[in-house]
Ligand binder design. Structure first.
Ligand SMILES: NC(=O)c1ccc[n+]([C@@H]2O[C@H](COP(=O)([O-])OP(=O)(O)OC[C@H]3O[C@@H](n4cnc5c(N)ncnc54)[C@H](O)[C@@H]3O)[C@@H](O)[C@H]2O)c1
Ligand SMILES: [Zn+2]
Length: 367
C-alpha cells in the first residue's frame, strides 16, 4: 500500500492506494467511524460489485451500515438528488463530527461531498473512489458540486475529505471505456508537469489499462502525488497553479458541449482530444515543437483515446466550437485562461489567448 499525504493547514489527510482496502474499510477508517450506524452513499452499478465487502467489514467491526443506493450517471448530481441525500442523512441522525462514506466514482464523490459540506454546516466524509478517474482526480482536493440547468459543477463547495481509500481491486469491474477515460487524467499529470512520468506512461500505459496491478499502483500513486502537491500549493485555485489541472479541459469542454454531453464523447475522451488540441495549438504558437505535439497525440491514440478532431465527424465550424468556450465557467472578466505547453511537462496558464485565433486553428483541425 502507498500512502500520500495531502498537506493542508489544519485539514491534512491521507490518500491510501492499494488492493483490498474496501474489504478492510472498518479497520482503515478506525476511529473516524465513531457511531454504531455508518451511512454510505453509492450508486447501483457500484453496489452490485462492492457493497458486500464494505458491508461485511463494517458488520464485523460491530457497525450497522445504512445504505443509500442512487441511480448511476451524471444526472444524479442534481438538486433533487442532493435534497434526497441530505434529508436521508438527517434521518440517519448524522452529526457534525460524524463521517459519511462516499463509495463510487466522481458522481457519488462530488454529490456526497457537497451534501457533507452543507449538512449541519459541514460534517465529515470519506472518499472510497471506485473509478480510475475518481482515484486519480476527483476524490482528492476537496472540490464538491452538483450540476445546474445552465452547466456542470456550477453549485458546490470546497470541502476536503478526512481520508481517501483508493482500492485498486475496484478497477477490475470498471468498464474498459471508463478505464480509458480515467487514464486520460493520469497521462495529463505527465504532460502538464512531469516529463519523466509522461515517458513512463508511454511505456506502461497499456499495462495499466490491461489490469497490471503493479503498473496501476504506480500510475495512481504518481497521479495522486501530483494532484496533492498542486492542491497543497493552491487549494482554492487562486494563484493559477491549480488551474493547470484544466489542461485539455477548455477544448474538451467545447467538444462535450458540441456533442451534447452524451455517450458520444465521454469527459475523459474529450479531455484526451483536448490535450492533443492544446499541444497542437501550442505548436502553432511555436511554444513547443511539432514533434512534441505528435508525441502527445501518439500516446493518447495508443491508449485507445481519440486524438483526431476530424475523425469525430462534428460537422461544425471552429467558430461554433470556440463559441462554447464563452460559456466556460473559467471565463474571467471577458478573458478565458488557456493551459498551454512550453514543453512536455511544462504547462502554463495563458490569459491572453484570442478566441478568433483558436477558432481559426480549430477550422484547420476539423478539416
Ligand atoms: N471534484 C473534482 O475535483 C472532480 C474532478 C474530475 C471530475 N469530477 C466529476 O467526476 C464525475 C465523473 O466521475 P467518473 O468518471 O468516476 O464517473 P461516474 O461516477 O459516473 O462513474 C462512471 C460509471 O462507472 C460506474 N462505476 C463506478 N465504479 C465502478 C466499478 N468499480 N465497477 C463498475 N462500474 C463502476 C458508475 O456507476 C458509472 O456508471 C463528473 O461529474 C465530474 O464533474 C470531479
Ligand atoms: Zn477532467
Amino acid at each position: 500500500m502507498a500512502v500520500i499525504e495531502v498537506e493542508l493547514a489544519g485539514r491534512s489527510y491521507e490518500v491510501r492506494v492499494g488492493e483490498g482496502l474496501l474489504a478492510d474499510v472498518a479497520g482503515q477508517c478506525g476511529p473516524l467511524l465513531r457511531k454504531h450506524t455508518v451511512p454510505i452513499v453509492t450508486d447501483a452499478n457500484v453496489a452490485k460489485h462492492w457493497r458486500d465487502p464494505v458491508d461485511a467489514s463494517l458488520r464485523e467491526a460491530g457497525h450497522k451500515p445504512a445504505w443509500l443506493i442512487l441511480p448511476p450517471g451524471e444526472a444524479t448530481k442534481s438538486w433533487e438528488i442532493l435534497q434526497q441525500v441530505v434529508e436521508w442523512l438527517l434521518v440517519q441522525e448524522v452529526e457534525r463530527g460524524d463521517h459519511i462514506l462516499a463509495l463510487g466514482g466522481g458522481v457519488i464523490g462530488d454529490l456526497t461531498g457537497f451534501a457533507a459540506a452543507i449538512l449541519k454546516r459541514g460534517c465529515g466524509f470519506i472518499q472510497l473512489p471506485t473509478t480510475l478517474l475518481a482515484q486519480v482526480d476527483s476524490s482528492v482536493g476537496g472540490k464538491t458540486a452538483i450540476n445546474a440547468a445552465t452547466g456542470k459543477n456550477l453549485v458546490g463547495a470546497f470541502h476536503q475529505p478526512s481520508l481517501v481509500l483508493a482500492d485498486l481491486a475496484t478497477l477490475d469491474t470498471l468498464p474498459p471505456r471508463e478505464m480509458r477515460c480515467g487514464y486520460a487524467e493520469v497521462i495529463k499529470y505527465g504532460i502538464l508537469g512531469d516529463a519523466g512520468f509522461f515517458a513512463w506512461c508511454e511505456t506502461n500505459g497499456s499495462r495499466v489499462l490491461a489490469g497490471n496491478r503493479e503498473a496501476q499502483e504506480s500510475a495512481v500513486t504518481k497521479s495522486v502525488e501530483a494532484k496533492a502537491a498542486i492542491v497543497a500549493d493552491d487549494e482554492r485555485e487562486t494563484t493559477g497553479t491549480r488551474a493547470l489541472l484544466n489542461l485539455g479541459h477548455t477544448f474538451g469542454h467545447a467538444l462535450e458541449a458540441q456533442t451534447g454531453f452524451s455517450e458520444r464523447l465521454l469527459h475523459g475522451e474529450a479531455v484526451a482530444l483536448g490535450m492533443v488540441l492544446a499541444a497542437r495549438y501550442s505548436a502553432r504558437r511555436e511554444l513547443i515543437s511539432e514533434g512534441d505535439a505528435a508525441r502527445i497525440a501518439a500516446a493518447i491514440a495508443e491508449a485507445g483515446l481519440p486524438s483526431e478532431l476530424s475523425a469525430l465527424g462534428l460537422n461544425c465550424s471552429g467558430e461554433a466550437l470556440a463559441a462554447h468556450m464563452l460559456h466556460d465557467k473559467k471565463m474571467d472578466a471577458g478573458k478565458l485562461p488557456f493551459v498551454l505547453l512550453r514543453g512536455i511537462g511544462a504547462a502554463f496558464l495563458d490569459r491572453e489567448v484570442e478566441l478568433v485565433d483558436v477558432a481559426a486553428f480549430l477550422d484547420q483541425e476539423l478539416a
